[in-house]
Design a protein around this ligand. Structure first.
Ligand code: CA
Length: 434
């Protein structure tokens, strides 16, 4: 390889790499993240009051578990959910793949906030279910207005459907701005709203964080660390050519227009075709055809190997009818490769009368992948079947009344380029449901 070729190759690799990153970024830009509704950074702190009492949450550190970074809240449950008597320090992380805030409890991971609106398990073993109640609402908290708030409701499953649950309101780039602590004896809140207390955000300290409005993710930042580097490229490459587009099962029927009378002197009937779709997989290919076959009459005056009698002439008293056949072959034009064969045989049983047929004949699969583009060629011919010997007394003939090519497979309904990214969840999970 000379120097100029090397330079060209480098340019090509560079252009290709840039192209990949741009393509990934386009796909990624469609992802609407809720990460900033729960800003996670060491030192972030929120103080709430119900008018008489103050509660403060602080993120006091990080912890690595199975390669994931969790943020540690100090004394979380005793402040927020006093009925819950689990450990005092609770770990949180945001999972961009599922767009959820996850909580690690005793090394089990559960969903703390699910942003898609469906029901989720907010706490281990489904003791408390949660769901998103409102989006895009304005919230007034201690005379301050927050836009685009979300509200969640959490209800203990043992408390009955009418139990009042925990309520929480989240604002973008702030976090929890208001929460309701129920006062009933049930873990998810008692059936009476009774002596519940509402705490509102009094003050907060949020460190600038990756992904906040002043520090948006750069184009191509696939792991949301606000840097575009080899890690992002590695993610892209590890998912390269993944295709999760939904597929539809289809049956394409192509009437061939090959009807007519055939005999051994008929030329092959042939046509090129385009089914008009691109398959992702082909499951069956048939000829759906009907007609009649009149068999061949042979004279077996010789031995079974076809040797002649001493006279060398047929013996009219020793004739046998044989089946004849229609054969359909699929092939590619360039190169001229056959990749499927279907036939229908008959005529001997009804000779000299014609034997009718009306059936589906499945093509042999000698490379249906050649048909994935929906294009190919097909030929139909008529003739006798292979036999060891004998003279033909009457040649066979056939009548094709209908002939339709049937292809069953899956197709992509709409041509589209969609990138989906999957991040591995390594905090061993029991009840998270994606
Ligand atoms: Ca990155």
């Amino acid at each position: 390889m000379n120097g100029r070729t090397k330079i060209r190759l480098r340019k090509l690799i560079y252009a290709g790499t840039v192209g990949l990153i741009i393509a990934a970024a386009i796909g990624h830009a469609k992802d609407e993240s809720h990460q900033n509704y729960f800003p996670l950074a060491v030192g972030n702190s929120w103080t709430y009051t119900d008018g008489t009492e103050q509660k403060t949450f602080t993120i006091v550190g990080v912890q690595e578990i199975n390669g994931q970074t969790y943020y540690k809240f100090d004394d979380y449950f005793s402040l927020c959910w006093p009925q819950v008597t689990w450990e005092r320090e609770v770990l949180f992380r945001y999972d961009s793949a599922s767009d959820r805030v996850l909580m690690c409890l005793s090394r089990k991971e559960v969903t703390r906030y699910g942003f898609s609106g469906d029901l989720f398990f907010a706490l281990g073993d489904g003791l408390i279910d949660g769901h998103l109640v409102q989006t895009g609402v304005s919230c007034n908290v201690l005379h301050r207005e927050f836009d685009n708030c979300l509200s969640f409701k959490f209800v203990g499953i043992d408390c009955g459907p009418d139990a009042y649950g925990f309520g929480e309101y989240l604002a973008p780039n702030v976090g929890i701005i208001k929460f309701v602590v129920p006062g009933g004896p049930c873990i998810g809140g008692g059936p009476e709203e009774g002596d519940r207390a509402t705490f509102q955000l009094q003050s907060y300290t949020i460190k600038p964080f990756c992904g906040d409005p002043n520090h948006p993710y750069p184009v191509g930042d696939l792991n949301h660390d606000c840097r575009v580097d080899m890690l992002d490229l590695a993610i892209l490459i590890s998912h390269w050519l993944e295709d999760r587009r939904p597929v539809s099962t289809v049956t394409i029927k192509l009437p061939l227009g090959a009807e007519g009378r055939y005999d051994v002197n008929s030329p092959y009937w042939q046509t090129d075709f385009d089914l008009g779709v691109t398959f992702t997989e082909i499951s069956h290919v048939y000829m759906d055809w009907s007609g009649t076959i009149t068999g061949e009459l042979t004279n077996w005056s010789g031995t079974i190997t076809g040797e002649l009698t001493t006279s060398g002439r047929p013996d009219p008293g020793n004739t046998t009818p044989l089946d004849a056949q229609f054969v359909a072959k699929l092939y590619e034009l360039h190169p001229h490769n056959y990749f499927g064969w279907a036939d229908v045989r008959g005529g001997a049983g009804t000779y000299p009368g014609p034997e009718p047929f009306d059936l589906l004949s499945e093509f042999t699969d000698e490379g249906w992948s050649a048909l994935l583009d929906g294009r190919g060629s097909i030929e139909i011919w008529f003739g006798g079947i292979a036999r060891p010997g004998g003279f033909t007394v009457e040649y066979p003939s056939g009548q094709l009344d209908s002939a339709t090519l049937v292809v069953e497979g899956t197709i992509v309904p709409e041509p589209a380029s969609i990138f989906l990214f999957e991040y591995r969840n390594t905090c061993s999970s029991s009840r998270t449901s994606y």
